[in-house]
Design a protein around this ligand. Structure first.
Ligand code: ADP
Ligand code: ASP
Ligand code: MG
Length: 412
């Protein structure tokens, strides 16, 4: 089987959905499992619904806007009386009635029940449209297959149960399912983290022992830098799983970092291709080492630099580290770079869940801290270490680090 993932950008409007069909026509749609994300910026809009709900502000306006967007897309794909219109309305009625009845004060739980609807609706529209044009497929509810713990907003996959469920699928058929979502033991929805649809595709590919997996993007493949941020970037035609996981880890957002590990484990060939030029080869990620020493650039914006210092001029020792990392885990804050000296520890952080102020307060009970928000982390992979000067130009460098193949700087 082959597993394809189409992200939000590829299905942002009716023309996008029609283009998915063109890609499938070009590539063949036999024994194919399609994973699809929410359409366009739907996930951001649904996040707003949850935010307004908890702030006790009017969220109906936002729901109505998202609903109209989807109806407009469906109008470009189906005839007036198609049952899909009723199904779309039902999804939005469900969100509304869930929020009206909800008693849970748990933001992350409510978030997952609401935000997951973006993928439910997009997968329904795509599946119905493909069936309509004779690309026959079965629609799957990914929550019946991908089982997780109850870590809402960043579910940890229960691989044993998930593999057992997915292995039941008949590999003769083609399927359309949702990215980003699974469910916990009580069958409540759990999302896998923002941008998690690439990861979903890798979970299915792993459990199906897929022959290949492709994620279809709005770029020609993995490039030496994000073309939105860097000039003169080039396509990397071949990269190893290791290089891809490093790039994704440092912030090359073209691939979700969790995607690589399951694929590497089973050596499943993995392609990143353009949905605008499906005939082009794109990037092949495998055990190859062909492009291994090409310099590539990654810019992660909106990071936080936190400097933690002992109060009594004592060394930063193991017990301090242990406390600091326990708090980082508690507040679900990711460390993208760290550097320690005798009495201080500098951390470049990513605050996915808006909890860095709480972390800072907790740390201040034991340490002196200094926090600088809105910094950038610039990473160069395979950097030519004798030619680093060019990177310092016009930058206010707050921290820098060189390891074997990677040069990093935190800039204001
Ligand atoms: P999806 O539609 O699947 O969610 P994303 O927007 O998450 O797609 O990923 C595609 C985007 O990744 C591109 O538009 C590009 O701006 C960005 N990107 C970041 N780093 C790279 C890179 N090294 N090569 C190509 N694209 C990159
Ligand atoms: N729709 C989700 C998001 O925007 C998941 C994904 O697109 O991968 O984060
Ligand atoms: Mg995305």
């Amino acid at each position: 089987m082959k597993v394809y993932k189409f992200g939000g950008a590829s299905v942002k409007d009716a023309a996008g959905v029609k283009n998915v069909a063109l890609v499938l026509e070009n590539q063949g749609f036999e024994q194919c499992l399609l994973v699809v994300s929410a359409m366009g910026k739907t996930t951001n809009a649904l996040e707003k619904v949850v935010e307004y709900y908890f702030k006790k502000q009017d969220y109906h306006h936002e729901i109505e806007w998202i609903k109209n967007n989807h109806i407009e897309i469906a109008q470009g794909l189906f005839s007036e009386n198609h049952p899909v219109f009723g199904e779309i309305s039902l999804f939005f009625d469900d969100i509304d009635s869930f929020l009206r009845r909800n008693k849970s004060p748990n933001y992350n739980f409510v978030y997952d029940q609401v935000v997951s609807c973006g993928e439910m609706i997009s997968s329904k529209i795509l599946s119905e449209y493909l069936n309509e044009i004779q690309f026959f497929n079965h629609w799957l509810d990914a929550r019946d297959y991908i089982k997780t713990d109850s870590n809402y907003r960043e579910g940890i996959v229960n691989w044993q149960e998930t593999e057992q469920n997915i292995s039941q699928l008949d590999k003769i058929n083609s399927y359309v399912t949702q990215g980003f979502i699974g469910s916990e033991s009580n069958n409540f929805t759990v999302t896998l983290g923002r941008e998690g649809s690439d990861y979903t595709a890798a979970i299915f590919a792993y459990c199906l022992n897929a022959d290949e997996m492709t994620i279809w993007k709005d770029v020609p493949g993995v490039m030496t830098g994000d073309p939105r941020k860097f000039e003169n970037v080039k396509l990397l035609s071949f990269i190893s799983y290791e290089e891809a996981i490093e790039m994704a880890y440092y912030g090359a957002s073209v691939i979700h970092p969790k995607t690589l590990q399951p694929l590497k484990q089973k050596n499943i060939p993995f392609y990143v291709k353009s949905f605008l030029e499906p005939g082009k080869p794109g990037t092949k990620v495998s055990n190859s080492t062909e492009n291994e020493s090409v310099e590539s650039y990654i810019l992660k914006e909106n990071q936080i630099l936190l400097n933690v210092e002992t109060r009594d001029f004592s060394f930063i020792a193991e017990d301090h580290m242990s406390l600091i990392f326990t708090l980082l885990a508690k507040y679900k804050i990711k460390v993208s770079l760290m550097q320690n000296s005798a009495i201080s520890l500098a951390l470049c952080l990513e605050d996915k869940f808006g909890s860095v102020n709480d972390l800072n307060e907790a740390l201040q009970k034991s340490f002196i801290t200094q926090m600088t928000k809105n910094v950038s982390l610039f990473t160069v992979r395979n950097a030519a270490l004798d030619q680093l000067d060019k990177f310092y130009k016009d930058k206010k460098v707050l921290l820098e680090q060189i390891s074997k193949k990677t040069f990093q700087m935190v800039t204001a």
